[in-house]
Design a protein around this ligand. Structure first.
Ligand code: 5GP
Ligand code: ZN
Length: 117
């Protein structure tokens, strides 16, 4: 079972922001911005390239609600997903990074040590 499936099952604790029947949003363990939330489907989908349009249609309003709840809907945010090896994907369970709370630098990879945030 992948680590995000373990978070879904409650085997690994997470700091949850929002949850419904299909998705969970929780704080990234190693935040790269003042607000850095991960948003995942409960169903294991490996990456963006494999997600269905139906799931994305449900996920979009969930992500927007997370942005509103964390207060970045007005101030702005960056929403990214790393897909596959060249995209720098480290956890192979679809997730979107929602980052905000400050002006963001261009780099936002998890191994970026140059961020001033
Ligand atoms: P990726 O590089 O796959 O796009 O991003 C994976 C993200 O998951 C990284 O930002 C990393 O900090 C985060 N992460 C890895 N393991 C855990 C964990 O056990 N809990 C939480 N909350 N975040 C994690
Ligand atoms: Zn998984």
């Amino acid at each position: 079972m992948c680590i995000f499936c373990k978070i879904v099952e409650g085997e690994i604790p997470s700091n949850k922001v929002l949850e419904n029947d299909d998705f969970i949003a929780f704080h990234d363990l190693y935040p790269k911005a003042p607000i850095h939330i991960l948003i995942i489907p409960k169903e294991h989908v490996a990456c963006f390239q494999e997600v269905s349009g139906e799931m994305m249609a449900k996920m979009t309003p969930f992500i927007q609600e997370v942005a509103t709840l964390t207060g970045v809907d007005k101030s702005g945010y960056r929403l990214t997903t790393n897909n596959g090896d060249d995209g720098g994907q480290e956890v192979h369970h679809l997730h979107f990074h929602l980052m905000g709370g400050a002006k963001l630098p261009f780099e936002h990879r998890s191994d970026d040590t140059h961020s001033s945030l």
